[in-house]
Design a protein around this ligand. Structure first.
Ligand code: TH1
Length: 838
């Protein structure tokens, strides 16, 4: 409220307040103005890049107005806000989404046409904002869309990586990583050079008594780095509520160079200091579901968490409330354990800087935080080495030890006879070196822990967090099944399907209440409707076929069954099983007579996804897929019956083309390993069926759409452990069909067998941890059922309509409402009608 304009001058401000555009002519005027002034160009050198820039600038002018008003309204209302802390936000493109959410796409389309551009060409100029690896980052993006659309006062806090997830190129069948420098021109971010926070690292802790005789602890960091805020507006759908995503960028504390060093001729080291500071926010770690324990990663986490908490606490302190009210004003959600240091940092602020007593502070902390777990894979659970941590954050280590001490004392009191329990649940693992178990710290410091699908939430309660359920009671553990935003994943990605649905359900309200899709059920036998439905799927397949042609050179038949598996490449997701199944299909076709071949349903097997650069086995899987493709796609015996495609550089904007084009998509993780999966929801919502295991959200999708509409196969989670044991202690009898596939690979059918040795021997010789052989027969048989079912197109289309009509549950709006009610205790803040009208 300081620095605001005095009352008498406010009239002038109101008179000249920014208006933006409200119709096509005004939109065109704004675009031309931005081309001619902001971009300093003209109609004689306005290419599509410039038109994209100008259209985005015109659009964002409107966003900014809404955004400012929303922030003002939230500040005046002085209610509770949600802070979603995520090290990843996989936003994809912003322009199309912004146009649709604020309801300006038709205006923009016509306006751009008047100015000589096709809107699709302009939209496709935008570089994806790819600040995430996969499902976890995209979930955070869907959540931001839902929180804004539901008018929930919420901020996302993240890191402004200079390089997002690498771009993938396929060279001679191998993945090659190319850096993703994306900030050249980014109209969606607003640097806040006035919002700068000093963050310290390393240094020493001192304990002394102050003049009042009180014990004081100070931490003097050896290194100070500045965090600069960059804000990104997050528009809600069909509301003026526009929330904020604040991303922190690192820079050297002295601003530029260290002048002393510079003047004394030590130019190189002064540049080095600067670079070291900037390195913190330079690059996203490209590992999905893997923790590598690197110091720079810990620096990123503390840098981001400390800046965010400073910001949150500063905002709270402006309200002049008592500290006990903190958790009435602030809910902080931890997206996995990556921001767990926030728990320690808030405790440090309260006791060291604000002078609260430990217990009072700790009670505030635990009421504030909620922790979402996204994985049970042991290699993904974060642990920090104590020596490394002590060096970087000495005061935080002391606080963690104290948290652990008090925690273990309560455990001891509650379970006095169980000595081994203390070691099991200790936040410190007594290994060499000692390790800090971040998930345990997150549980101890939060009032609610949730998993992301029912099976997963049950699994964490009965396996990795079993002891904690006894200690804290079952009420601290809950499930919130993931969801996806229907705005991007239906309306934006599949506009024709969205339009058809709107025409049958009375408009676009289903985008705000996805259960309205139920009304489609009555059209399952409507001939005309089914025809239109099928035509839309076909058109989407034609669009993908064109993309395949231009990017790979391979011609695929849009009438063939499109079988798609796109997601990060990981052994637990079992792309290897898919490609072995493809090889099995190929061998079967080769052994068929021409007559037999005529009866077969043609299929296109489509893969896409990135391998972590250091994940050798995942890279081998990509290589095998490409090798199989180059053999199969050029085999005259096979023709259209089978094509194998690897789509380069799978990302959010490509998903928007791929997802609407599936007939079947594969979600075939070893049961119990995929916490939820979210692309499964996207594919079904777009009229595709699923082949999948009883894992993650597949189970709830089955419950919702009915088991007749999904192809489930494979062993169950409850049996996985015994099966693994059987491999270790018994003879591992390879599935005979899989053995034939391995024989073909070993016979160099797909190039040098040596390249794929590790892939084969992981199954043959090293215990087949992911149970590929155990599930292979069931997988092949179920794929045969898919072939059969696809032949009856009429029935197939009915299944897809029924499925879509029952997908309402998987809206991220439902999911966010559950978080709001059961974890955050926040209410929407709905804009006044006059604000809605401008
Ligand atoms: C994913 C899970 O694997 C996936 O099943 C789930 O749908 C998604 O999160 C959203 O809940 C995860 N991604 C990561 C990434 C990192 C660490 C752990 C996980 S779990 C870096």
């Amino acid at each position: 409220v300081e620095a605001s304009i005095p009352e008498p001058q406010r009239e002038a401000w109101k008179k000249f307040q920014a208006k933006g555009f409200t119709n096509k002519e005004e939109f065109e005027r704004e675009v031309v103005r931005h081309v001619e002034t902001t971009l300093a160009r003209s109609m004689f050198n306005c290419d599509e890049t410039a038109a994209y820039a100008a259209a985005s600038l015109a659009l964002r002018d409107r966003l900014i107005t809404q955004w400012n008003r929303t922030q003002q309204r939230q500040t005046f209302a002085d209610g509770k806000r949600v802070y979603y802390l995520s090290l990843e936000f996989l936003m994809g493109r912003a322009l199309d989404n912004a146009m649709l959410n604020i309801g300006a796409k038709d205006i923009a389309k016509d306006g751009l046409a008047d100015l000589g551009f096709r809107i699709e060409d302009i939209i496709s100029q935008e570089h994806d904002a790819a600040l995430g690896n996969g499902g976890l980052g995209r979930l955070a993006a869907c959540f931001l869309d839902s929180m804004a659309s539901l008018n929930i006062p919420a901020w996302g806090y993240g890191l402004r990586y200079r390089y997002g997830i690498f771009k993938q190129e396929i060279v001679d069948g191998y993945q090659v990583e190319v850096p993703d420098y994306w900030l050249d021109f980014n109209p969606w971010e607003f640097p806040r050079h006035d919002i700068v926070v000093d963050i310290q690292f390393y240094g020493n802790v001192r304990k002394y008594q102050n003049e009042q005789g009180k014990n004081v602890i100070t931490w003097d960091g050896g290194e100070v780095v500045q965090a600069v805020a960059y804000d990104v507006p997050i528009p809600g759908y069909d509301t003026v509520s526009t929330n904020n995503m604040r991303l922190w960028s690192s820079k050297a504390a002295s601003g530029e160079f260290d002048f002393q060093k510079f003047n004394s001729g030590d130019y190189e080291s002064s540049v080095a200091d600067q670079q070291r500071a900037e390195t913190i926010s330079a690059v996203l770690y490209p590992n999905d579901n893997l923790d590598r324990g690197k110091e720079l990663r810990l620096k990123q986490q503390y840098f981001w968490v400390a800046a965010s908490l400073y910001d949150i606490v500063r905002r709270f302190k402006k309200s002049k409330r008592a500290w006990v009210e903190f958790s009435d004003q602030v809910a902080i959600q931890l997206n996995d354990t990556h921001p767990t240091l926030a728990i320690v940092e808030l405790q440090r602020i309260l006791i060291d800087l604000e002078g609260l007593e430990w217990d009072e502070a700790w009670s505030i902390v635990t009421k504030t935080f909620g922790y979402t777990n996204h994985t049970v894979l042991p290699e993904a659970l974060e642990k920090w080495s104590v020596p490394l941590f002590q060096n970087l954050l000495p005061r935080h280590l002391q606080i963690i030890y104290d948290i652990n001490l008090y925690f273990l004392q309560t455990v001891e009191r509650k379970f006095p006879k169980e000595r081994e329990l203390l070691g099991r649940v200790s936040i410190i693992e007594e290994s060499q070196p000692k390790m800090i178990r971040m998930a345990y710290l997150a549980i101890v410091g939060s009032h609610k822990v949730n998993g992301v699908a029912e099976l997963h939430s049950d699994l964490i309660k009965t396996t990795i967090f079993k002891d904690f359920v006894r200690i804290f009671g079952p009420d601290n553990f809950t499930n919130v099944t993931n969801g996806i935003t229907p705005r991007r994943w239906l309306h934006q990605a599949n506009p024709r399907l969205s339009e058809l649905i709107a025409s049958k359900t009375g408009g676009l309200d289903f985008l705000k209440d996805l259960n309205i899709l139920n009304e489609l059920e009555k059209f399952v036998d409507d001939k005309e409707f089914k025809k239109e439905w099928a035509e839309i799927k076909y058109a989407n397949k034609v669009r993908l076929a064109k993309h395949i042609k231009t990017t790979t050179g391979v011609t695929v038949n849009p009438s063939a069954l499109f079988d798609i598996q796109v997601k990060r490449i990981h052994e637990y997701k079992r792309q290897q099983m898919n490609i072995f199944g493809v090889i099995h299909r190929y061998l079967t076709i080769k052994a068929m007579t021409p007559e037999e071949r005529k009866k077969l349903a043609p299929r296109v097997s489509i893969f896409g996804g990135k391998a972590a650069p250091g994940y050798w086995m995942a890279k081998t899987i990509i290589h095998l897929i490409n090798q199989v493709g180059s053999v199969v796609n050029n085999d005259k015996d096979v023709g259209d019956l089978l094509k194998v495609i690897f789509l380069e550089d799978y990302n959010v904007s490509k998903a928007e083309i791929i997802v609407p084009a599936s007939d079947i998509s594969e979600h075939i993780s070893t049961a119990g390993t995929e916490a939820s999966g979210t692309s499964n929801m996207k594919f079904v919502l777009n009229g595709g069926l699923i082949i999948g295991t009883c894992d993650g959200a597949n189970i709830e999708i089955t419950r919702e759409i009915g088991e007749n509409n999904i192809f489930l196969f494979g062993n169950l989670a409850e049996d996985v452990e015994d099966l693994r044991h059987a491999h270790t202690y018994g003879a591992h009898n390879l599935d005979p069909d899989l053995a034939k596939v391995f024989d073909a690979i070993k016979a160099n059918t797909f190039g040098d067998a040596g390249s794929f040795g590790a892939l084969v021997s992981a199954i043959e010789d090293h215990g087949d941890y992911y149970l590929v052989s155990d599930d292979f027969h069931s997988y092949i048989q179920t794929q045969a059922l898919v072939d059969e079912a696809y032949k009856d197109q009429d029935e197939w289309v009915s299944k897809t309509i029924l499925s879509v009509s029952r997908m309402g549950f998987f809206s991220s709006d439902r999911c966010i409402n559950e978080y709001a009610e059961t974890i955050w205790n926040v209410e929407p803040l709905v804009p006044e009608p006059q604000e809605r009208n401008g």
